[in-house]
Ligand binder design. Structure first.
Ligand SMILES: Nc1ncnc2c1ncn2[C@@H]1O[C@H](COP(=O)(O)OP(=O)(O)O)[C@@H](O)[C@H]1O
Ligand SMILES: [Mg+2]
Length: 360
C-alpha cells in the first residue's frame, strides 16, 4: 500500500513532457516483460526511468545488468532530448521553452527577473510565521491563472510535509485573482507526507507520473527540511541528513527540467551553535542544489508605525540571497487576509522603502 495520501487525482491531460519524452518501449534494450513491470510500478516514461535508481529496479526483479543498461539508455535519451549536455543551438530551444510564473506582486516579480522561471528549483527560507506557507498558497492561485495574466494555467502538485495546507486560506486568496475557489481546490493534487520514507518514495515513484497524468507544471514542497531535521538528529546523523536532502533536491530539480515546471520549496532557518549565525537549514548540499534562494524576513521592525496599528497585515522583505543571474537585492511586500500584495505606490511604506534604498 502506498505510504502517502493523495487527495486529488485530476483528469488525465496531455502534459508538456509528453511532447518530448520518448516511450519506454522505444529504448533499445526494453523487453515487453520489463516494460510491463515498469508500467505496473508507475515507471511509465523515459524521464521517470532515468530518475529511477538501480536498487529500485533490482527490487522489481529486473537483473542488475539489464537494469543498469536501461537506466543508461533512458539517461542518454533524456540528454539527447535536451537534458544534460546540450549544444548551444539546443540551449536556445530550451530557453524558448522557459515560461514565467507571476508571484502576484509586481515588485517581487521584478526582483526575480520577471517572476518564477520554469526549469528552476527555488528555495524560500525564513523564520517561523514569516509567511512561507502562505506564499505557497498564493503560488497555487497564480499558477492557475491564464498565461495572459502571468499564470501557467496549470495544476499544482502540493507536497505537504508540515501539515499546514489550508483550503481556508485558498478560499481567501483565490478570489483576489478572480479564480473560482472550488476550481482551484479541485486542481491541486495534494500529497501529505508524514516521514522521510514517504517523501522519498513520493519523489522516486509518484511525482513524475503524477505530473505526467495531471499536466501539473508547478510543484510546491512545504518544507524540504522538516522531516529530515526531525528524523536525523545530531551531528552523527549529518551524513545521512545531507545525503537525503541531496536526493530530495536532485529529484525536484530533475522534475523542473523534465516537465518544464516551476518547483518551489520552502525551508526553515537554523542557528549555527558555534557562531550564532542564522541561516537556511540543510547546509551546503541544499545550497548547491537550489538555483535561486530567497530569504523572507518580517519587515515591520524597520520603524513602521502604520504596521504596528494594523495587526491584520504584515510586511515581508524578500531578499535574493543566491542566484546565478540575479543581483542580491530585496523588496518589501504586504501580506494580509487576501494574500501578498505590492505596497501602494506613494504610501508611507513605499516612501520609506525608497528612502531606505537610497541610504544603502
Ligand atoms: N487571514 C490572515 N490575515 C492576515 N494575516 C494572516 C492570515 N493568515 C495568516 N496570516 C499571517 O501569516 C502568518 C503565518 O504565516 P505562515 O505562512 O504559516 O508562516 P511560515 O510558513 O513561514 O511559518 C501568521 O502569523 C499571520 O501573521
Ligand atoms: Mg509554514
Amino acid at each position: 500500500m502506498l505510504g502517502y495520501f493523495k487527495i486529488f487525482l485530476g483528469v488525465k491531460t496531455m502534459s508538456f513532457a509528453k511532447k518530448f519524452d520518448l516511450e519506454l518501449d522505444d529504448l533499445p534494450s526494453m523487453t515487453p516483460r520489463i516494460s510491463k513491470i515498469l508500467k505496473q510500478n508507475r515507471i511509465t516514461s523515459v524521464s521517470t526511468l532515468a530518475a529511477t535508481s538501480l536498487r529500485e529496479l533490482v527490487g522489481l526483479y529486473i537483473d542488475s545488468d539489464t537494469a543498469q543498461t536501461l537506466i543508461d539508455e533512458a539517461d542518454a535519451t533524456m540528454r539527447q532530448s535536451g537534458f544534460g549536455f546540450v549544444m548551444g543551438s539546443k540551449l536556445l530551444d530550451e530557453v524558448d521553452q522557459v515560461e514565467v510564473l507571476t508571484t502576484g506582486c509586481k515588485s517581487l516579480d521584478v526582483l526575480l527577473g520577471g517572476g518564477l522561471d520554469t526549469q528552476r528549483l527555488y528555495e524560500f527560507y525564513g523564520p517561523n510565521g514569516v509567511g512561507k506557507t502562505n506564499f505557497l498558497h498564493q503560488l497555487i492561485c497564480t499558477a492557475m491563472l491564464p498565461k495572459s495574466k502571468g499564470g501557467l494555467a496549470s495544476r499544482v502538485v502540493y507536497i505537504d510535509a508540515e501539515g499546514n495546507f489550508s483550503t481556508k486560506r485558498i478560499r481567501m486568496i483565490a478570489p483576489e485573482f478572480d479564480l473560482n475557489v472550488n476550481q482551484v481546490i479541485k486542481n491541486i493534487p495534494l500529497i501529505k507526507i508524514h516521514n522521510i520514507s514517504e517523501l522519498l518514495s513520493t519523489l522516486e515513484h509518484h511525482l513524475y507520473p503524477e505530473m505526467e497524468q495531471t499536466g501539473a507544471r508547478v510543484v510546491l514542497l512545504d518544507s524540504i527540511t522538516y522531516n529530515v531535521r526531525g528524523e536525523y538528529i545530531g551531528e552523527k546523523n549529518l551524513p545521512i541528513r545531507q545525503g537525503t536532502l541531496g536526493k530530495i533536491a536532485h529529484a525536484l530539480k530533475k522534475a523542473s527540467q523534465a516537465f518544464n515546471a516551476v518547483v518551489v520549496v520552502v525551508n526553515q532557518i537554523t542557528k549555527n551553535p558555534k557562531t550564532d549565525e542564522v541561516t537556511y537549514s540543510g547546509g551546503n548540499v541544499l545550497g548547491h542544489a537550489v538555483q535561486v534562494r530567497v530569504s523572507m524576513t518580517k519587515a515591520e521592525k524597520e520603524s513602521n508605525d502604520l504596521y504596528k496599528k494594523d495587526s491584520t497585515s504584515h510586511k515581508i522583505r524578500f531578499f535574493v540571497d543566491k542566484a546565478v543571474d540575479l543581483p542580491r537585492q530585496s523588496c518589501i511586500v504586504m501580506m494580509d487576509s487576501r494574500g501578498f500584495r505590492d505596497i501602494e505606490p506613494g504610501s508611507q511604506d513605499a516612501q520609506e522603502e525608497v528612502k531606505a534604498k537610497q541610504e544603502v
